[in-house]
Design a protein around this ligand. Sequence first.
Ligand SMILES: Nc1nc2c(c(=O)[nH]1)N[C@H]1C(S)=C(S)[C@@H](COP(=O)(O)O)O[C@H]1N2
Ligand SMILES: [Mo]
Length: 350
Amino acid sequence: MILLTDRPPQLETPLHYFRQDLTPNEAFFVRWHLEGIPASVDLRTFRLNVSGHVRNPLQLSVDDLRSQFEPVSIIAVNQCSGNSRSFFEPRIPGGQWKNGAVGNAKWTGVPVKSILDRAQASPGAVDVSFAGLDAPPLPSVAAFAKALSIDHARDGEVMIAYAMNDRPLPMVNGFPLRLVVPGWYGTYWVKALSNVTVLPQVFSNFWTDKAYRIPNAPNGTESPKHLATDTVPINRFNVRSIFVRPEPNEIWRPGRPNEIQGVAFDSGHGITRVDVSTDGGATWKQARLDAEIGKYSWRRWRANWTPERRGQYRLMARAANAIGETQSAEQWNRSGFMWNVIERVDLKVE
Ligand SMILES: Nc1nc2c(c(=O)[nH]1)N[C@H]1C(S)=C(S)[C@@H](COP(=O)(O)O)O[C@H]1N2
Ligand SMILES: [Mo]
C-alpha cells in the first residue's frame, strides 16, 4: 500500500492489484477523516441502533443481521471523491491520490430497506442518517455522519454489509458493518456503522453542508477564477477509466506484441465502449470489453498493441456508458473531486 497519511490512516492501492477484477481486502484503499478510529470491536456487545422517526426502534447484533435477514450480494466499485486529485491543474490541497483511491469488491449484507421495514419507518420520513464508531478528537469537530433521502435508502440496493469478498470487513474498511451505496462516491459508504436514524427533516452537518459539495454545473466543473456560488452535495460517479497496464513509466520493447489493459466504470448505466489511442490522441481504436460482472462493478477492457519504434509514447483511454456519457477533455473544481479527464499514461519503448 502507498501511505498518504498515518493519522488518520489514508492508504492508496498500488495499480497492479487492479489486474484482478475484485480488489483483495488486504490491498483495498483506506480513507478516514478523524484520528479516533476504532481499533477493535467486541461483537458480543456491539449493536446497530436503528432509531428516530420509526415505530419500532431496533438494536441488532451482527449475528442478528446474519441470521434474521435474507442476505444480498453485489459487486460494486467504491471510489473516493478525491481519487486522482493529484492530477488537477492548478493543484489542489488535500490527499494527493493518484488512481488508487478506488477498489471493486463483492459486498454481502442486508438491504437498508429490509431494516427500515422492520423498524417501521414512520410516514413523513425525509432522510436517513448514518454514523459510525469513529470519534472526533475535540467537541468542536463534527462526528462523521452522512445521510441519504428516504427513497434512496429504501431502493433495495443500498445495503449494510458485513462481508467483503466473502470475508469479514477488515478493521480499516469498517468492521463489523459498513454502508454500501452502489454507484455513489465513497463518502456515503459509512464505515463501522453503528447508528441509523430516520429523520422527519433534511439532515444537516459539516460533512453535508460544508464538505463534499460540488459546483452545480455539468461534471461538477468550475473555473479557478470564477468559483461557483451554487453547489450541491456530491452524488453519483461520473464515467471514467483507469490504465492498469502499462503502468506509468513502464518500459516496453519495440516489435513485441503487448496488451494494454484497464478498467472502466460509471454509476450503474453500464460501460458500453472504450476507445484507446497510442499516439497522444491523434488516432483512436476501440478496445475489447470483458464480460460485464455487475452493473456497479468495473468492466475490464483490453487492446493489443505492438509498438514499432523506440521512443516516448502517450497512451490515452476514453470510456463511454449506455446513456452516451463520456470522459471530459478538461475539468477543475476547488476540492479536486470527480476526476474523469480522458486517461493518459506515458511509456517508453526501447
Ligand atoms: N465512519 C467513517 N466512514 C467513512 C469515512 C470516515 O471517515 N468515517 N470516510 C468515507 C470516505 S470519504 C471514503 S472514500 C470511504 C473509504 O472507504 P475505505 O476506507 O473502505 O476504502 O469511507 C467512507 N466512510
Ligand atoms: Mo472519500
